[in-house]
Design a protein around this ligand. Structure first.
Ligand SMILES: Nc1nc2c(ncn2[C@@H]2O[C@H](COP(=O)(O)OP(=O)(O)OP(=O)(O)O)[C@@H](O)[C@H]2O)c(=O)[nH]1
Ligand SMILES: [Mg+2]
Length: 266
């Protein structure tokens, strides 16, 4: 088995898609060899930037992830995409393939796309997702985009461990901005006001702005989450968004913050 593992490590490091898929399946299924392989991959991880993308159902996460991945690819970056779907009994690429209209050139251009589904607890899901991200990291993906729905426990967990977390807002959220305040304000490094082509965008922007202005800031040099307006269906605002993402990554790097633990926690 030891030799086997070495073989898998090699294939994954070369970006071999079937090997990556197999490894993630083992992890999802909670198989012992998945964990064994992860341990062997760990020395080859720690380079990727994990970008968490969260927001309400239908807020445009998949479209936005698609735009971001495509932009990163035009800049010569390699990308992996994980979509977390707690409500789905399915796993594998088929579901996401149906839901995401790929601007990204899957595989050939270096984007690996995978939909993660829960087989057990939500805690298990977030754990499996982060482990899958490690596999992609070892496979040389420089950016890993993780789409999660809403602000359930799994999402918050993933957000906490991602290097940067985007929270999508949409016009017409109205009082929802107030309601989501507690959970979301803590995890957002960058707010994305998507569907900014629709009426009501300014109002949501103002509401978030005012919430941010009253939010207690521990230190003067604390990060102030920006609000970036996008229209994911028209590929608008994506460059500005990537700029905000990079700015945050630089900011947290300068402070020695890296949320993804390099060594498995348990
Ligand atoms: N007008 C407008 N519609 C958008 C925009 N972005 C996404 N949509 C539409 O919103 C719907 C949902 O988009 P998705 O990208 O699937 O949203 P999602 O957040 O991934 O959805 P779930 O994964 O089901 O939670 C689709 O019909 C999109 O065409 C936008 O910027 N403007
Ligand atoms: Mg989606």
């Amino acid at each position: 088995m030891q030799e086997d593992i070495a073989g898998w490590v090699e294939r994954i490091r070369q970006g071999d898609v079937p090997a990556i898929s197999r490894a993630i399946s083992w992890i999802e299924d909670g198989e012992a060899r998945g964990q064994e392989l992860l341990q062997a991959l760990l020395p080859h991880t720690g380079r990727a930037a994990l970008i968490g993308v969260t927001g309400a159902v239908g807020s445009g996460k998949s479209n936005l992830v698609d735009c971001l991945a495509a932009l990163l690819q035009t800049r010569g970056k390699t990308v992996g995409i994980l979509a977390v779907d707690p409500s789905s009994p399915f796993s594998g690429g088929a579901l996401l393939g149906d839901r995401i209209r790929m601007r990204t050139q899957a595989n050939e251009a270096g984007a690996y796309i995978r939909s993660m589904a829960t087989r057990g607890s939500l805690g298990g899901l977030s754990r499996a997702t982060l482990d899958a991200a490690r596999v992609l990291d070892a496979a040389g993906k420089e950016y890993i985009l993780i789409e999660t729905v809403g602000v359930g426990q799994a999402e918050v967990e993933i957000a906490r461990l991602a290097d940067v977390t985007l929270v999508l807002l949409t016009p017409g959220m109205g009082d929802d901005v107030q309601a989501m305040k507690a959970g979301v304000m803590e995890i957002a490094d960058v707010f994305v006001l998507n569907k900014s082509d629709l009426p009501g965008a300014e109002r949501v922007e103002q509401e978030v702005q005012s919430l941010l202005s009253v939010a207690p800031r521990v230190e003067e040099e604390e990060w102030q989450p920006p609000i970036v307006k996008t229209v994911a269906t028209e590929n608008k605002g994506v460059e500005q968004l990537l700029e905000a993402i990079e700015k945050y990554l630089d900011f947290s790097k300068a402070r020695g913050r890296r949320k993804l633990p390099r060594v498995s926690q348990d």
